[in-house]
Each structure stands twice: as C-alpha cells, then as structure tokens.
Design a protein around this ligand. Structure first.
Ligand code: NDP
Length: 282
C-alpha cells in the first residue's frame, strides 16, 4: 500500500507559511506583496484559474489585480500594459495566463516581463538561471513537485528519476531541478522507444504527458514514488491523471492522487515566488 501524497495539505501548509512571512514583511518593511494577473480572451478554463489565483492571493493577504482583456487585444496594447506593470512599485509579480490568442506572440510577451517580476519562471532569464543552477523564480509546477518530495522525505539524491513529458513548463524544468538534487534523470516523450522499459527503471516516476491513465501498473517499479501531473477532463467533467491509480497504487511506495496531488501545489508555489519577489524589492 502506497502512502498517499496529500497535495492539498502540503499546499495549505505552504500557503500558511507564506501568509506568516507576508505579515512579517508588512510589519517590518511596510510591503504588501502584489500580483497582477493578465488574461486575454474568454477561455473558460483560464477564467477559472485566474479566479483561483485571486482567491489564493486574498487568503494570504496579498494585493491582487486582475486585467481581463478582450481576445482582440493588440500586441502593442498588451506590451504597454506589461510595461506599466513592470514600473508599478505595488506589483511584485506579473502573470500572463497562457495560452494566449493566436495573433499574439507569446515569446515576446513573456520576454517583456521584468524577470524580477516573472513569478511563473518562464522568462528566458529565469530559465537560464535554472539551467546554470542559480536560484531565482522557478516554474511553479516543477517547484511544487520538489516541495512534495521534500515534505514527504522522499530522497532524490542518487535515485533514478524518469519524467514522461518534455514541455517547457513541466518536464524540462523538473529535469533540471531533479538533476540539481543529484538524481539520474531520464526524460521520455512520444518518440521514446520502449517507454515501459524506461519507466520501470524509475525510483521516482513523474507522469506529465496529458494522456489519461497511460501509465499502467506494469510500467512501474515496485516501491517507486509516483507523481502524477496530468489533468485530463472526461466528457462529464471528471478529472483523471496520467496514471491508472488502481494499478499503480499497490506497486508504489508513494503516490499523488488526481485531483488533490500536484495541482494544489502550483498556486502555492506561485504565492511563494511572489512573496520572494516582494521580499527582494527595494
Ligand atoms: P504538453 O502537451 O506541453 O506536453 C506533453 C508532453 O508529453 C510532450 O513532451 C509529449 O511528447 C509527451 N507525451 C504525450 N503523449 C505521450 C506518450 N503517449 N508517450 C510519451 N510521451 C508522451 O503538456 P504539459 O507539460 O503542459 O502538461 C502535461 C499534463 O500536465 C497535462 O495533463 C496538463 O494539464 C498537466 N498540467 C498540470 C499542472 C498542474 O498544476 N497540476 C500544470 C501544468 C500542466 P512530445 O514532446 O514528443 O510531443
């Protein structure tokens, strides 16, 4: 029987710690951390995420400002808003909700954000910092995964870590973070041959492919820690992970559920990054 990794509980602890540190920052330096969330268009899933981020900010005593822009917003207008937010001293974190409408160039928008305020950790400066092993803002989902491993005292050093998925927001940054912590890391993707053979080597197996329940029991080594990043919504709206939980759970030593595993950690780490940005501000 695997230990269930309770992401909701760990997220609550992280958010409480952030709240305490924010109170101290207010008392000692009169700084209230401020997060600006920019949403372009009416994508329903993005609207839910943005509302969730605002609620999370309110709960820890941050200032939060939402900018809900029509989908026809020009690149020039969006860049001008980002410029204003870069200069706004009450704002310490800027988050542009992805995906952006197709007519906007995501790369130049992200590059326009002041790296000090890039609390998503997507700016090339922050990606470069991660690559070279210096800590600045790090991408929230992988950071949340490391936090879960640490809080459950799952050792990383010397372990075989296998990640299924090589996206810029999960797979690749997580690989660097695990490498930094001295794991031997393998990244798998759609062209990987013998996927099951590779995943069966993993002491730490991370599924981040976005394919409902693709990781079956026979792909898991006995005693592995299994981290399921996948969020796959069925037609009825029910959420499924990338791991077939009923088969994986008897083999794993630790496992994250979906929902309630990695998901809640992403917002907690966003708050953590915003607090750090505010603490570093002059
Ligand atoms: P992407 O679609 O950007 O990347 C998916 C990756 O998985 C790609 O590298 C792809 O390979 C690989 N992949 C897909 N199918 C297979 C397969 N059958 N075998 C091997 N590799 C495969 O997804 P994201 O990284 O953005 O997200 C992954 C999942 O995590 C999604 O379900 C998403 O909803 C969820 N997610 C959850 C978050 C959270 O807060 N819990 C945050 C972010 C994402 P290739 O590169 O070859 O195409």
């Amino acid at each position: 029987m695997a230990v269930l990794i309770d992401g909701k509980e760990v997220s609550r602890k992280v958010r409480n710690e952030v709240k305490d540190r924010a109170l101290l920052l207010k008392r000692q330096r009169d700084i209230i951390p401020g997060l600006a969330v920019v949403l372009v268009g009416e994508d329903p899933a993005s609207q839910i995420y943005v509302r969730g981020k605002k609620r999370a900010c309110d709960e820890v005593g941050f200032l939060s400002r939402e900018f809900l822009l029509p989908s026809a917003t020009s690149e020039e207008d969006l860049l001008s808003l980002i410029k204003d937010l870069n200069e706004d001293r009450s704002i310490h974190g800027i988050l542009v909700q992805l995906p952006l409408p197709e007519h906007l160039n995501g790369e130049s928008i992200l590059e326009a954000i002041d790296p000090r305020k890039d609390v998503d950790g997507f700016h090339p400066y922050n990606v470069g910092k991660l690559f070279s092993g210096t800590s600045y803002h790090r991408s929230c989902t992988p950071l949340g995964i490391i936090e879960l491993l640490d809080r459950y005292r799952i050792s990383i050093e010397g372990k075989e870590a296998v990640i299924v998925g090589r996206s810029n927001i999960v797979g690749k940054p997580l690989a660097l973070m695990l490498l930094e912590r001295h794991a031997t890391v393998t990244i798998c993707h759609t062209r990987t041959r013998n996927l099951a053979e590779t995943t069966r080597r993993a002491d730490i197996l991370v599924a981040a492919a976005g394919r409902r329940e693709m990781i079956r029991g026979d792909m898991i080594k006995e005693g592995a820690a299994v981290i399921d990043v996948g969020i796959n919504r069925s037609e009825t709206g029910k959420l499924f992970g990338d791991v077939l939980f009923t088969e994986a759970e008897p083999k794993a030593s630790f496992i994250t559920p979906v929902p309630g595993g990695v998901g809640p950690m992403t917002i907690a780490m966003l708050l953590f990054n915003t607090l750090n940005a505010a603490s570093r501000s002059l």
